[in-house]
Design a protein around this ligand. Sequence first.
Ligand code: HEC
Ligand code: HEC
Length: 340
Amino acid sequence: MRKFDRVIKRVSLLIGFSLAVTLFAGFSLISVDLGLIDFRTVNKGEWKPKSIATDLGNEKKAALIKLGFDVITKTPELIGPMSKDIKMRFAGNNLTCQSCHLEAGTKPGSGSFVGVYNRFPQYRGREDKIGTLEERIDGCMERSMNGQKLPHNTLEMQGMIAYMKWLSEDVPEEKEDIYKGFVKVDLPEIKADLVAGKATFEQHCVVCHGNNGQGIRPGENAMYQFPPLWGNDSYNHGAGMHRVITAAEFIKGNMPFQQATYDKPVLTDREAYNVAAYINSFDRPQKSNPEADFPDKKKKPVSTPYGPWADGFSAEQHKYGPFQPIMKFYKKEYGISKNK
Ligand code: HEC
Ligand code: HEC
């Protein structure tokens, strides 16, 4: 009987041992597999922008870069209406830069800051001169943020520039295009349909931005969870987002939030076009002195909704389209190709 016991013991030991071996082998197979996945994605060129959370490590200007990131993600608290220092209230609304330049400017197709530093100084039609990156930020401060220029010598401005420069280092050339600007929209050759735009808004946007487009914020002194799309606390009428073409491109690649991406939009081009017109059909703050924009009026985007223009098309058509006839006019009369 004792012999039999020993056999049992040995057999169970053996079973236990082989089980352990199998488990171990299985586990190492999994880890080898995980290793392989990593290896393959690296090889496929799965490239990601730098992240403040993980990649600031040995940076010399880490504190300045982090400040820039904070300004971009908490704009109203640092340089806007919620700033404790009244003199620092340069932004006029409670949006953040990140409200439009999503994920702190690292999401492709949302006017990303990845690579942006390398494209400045550049020619700008709105001012008809070569402008710096600081001056480009001025543009968003005076329009998207409905405020004033942030002085270029402030740490906050230098921080944003340092952050954008850092994000723009070592970006593979073929990636810059994906990150740059917005996705293209095939514009319907008819005037935008506000009734259809309202229906799209109710179906896809109301949950977050609210029935009245005023967004959601936990209190007067808290940042928006979902930003407003029109009204006093929104971008002003001189902003790029107030052009139906630009808004349609932004919306197609980015909204509904956390669903749409530049390569997997949720809305059709027609829906994006109509809903862009719908949100821009409401009142919003007026930019002062809009006549001064685009000293050379021929360079004005066709969807700039305020005059004067270098053509005879109506204000209504510049705002809601159809835009193709205006584009054709500039091509024929002035030899200028326009896409916005
Ligand atoms: C309401 C949306 C909105 C907000 C808020 C906003 N921007 Fe912009 N920004 C835009 C749009 C739209 C464009 C592109 C405009 C165009 O095509 O003419 C742009 C362009 C830019 C560019 C140039 C990008 C490029 O690739 O050339 C920079 C830099 C920029 N914004 C910085 C900022 C900063 C910094 C803030 C915050 C202080 C900010 N923006 C806030 C909408 C916004
Ligand atoms: C799931 C919630 C959600 C839905 C649905 C959604 N949005 Fe947004 N939207 C956001 C958030 C959040 C932001 C700001 C992003 C940030 O701060 O990180 C934003 C930003 C915007 C902006 C730029 C900032 C501003 O206030 O002007 C526009 C324009 C916009 N959304 C339009 C739309 C439209 C049009 C739809 C429907 C097609 C839509 N959104 C659906 C959450 C949402």
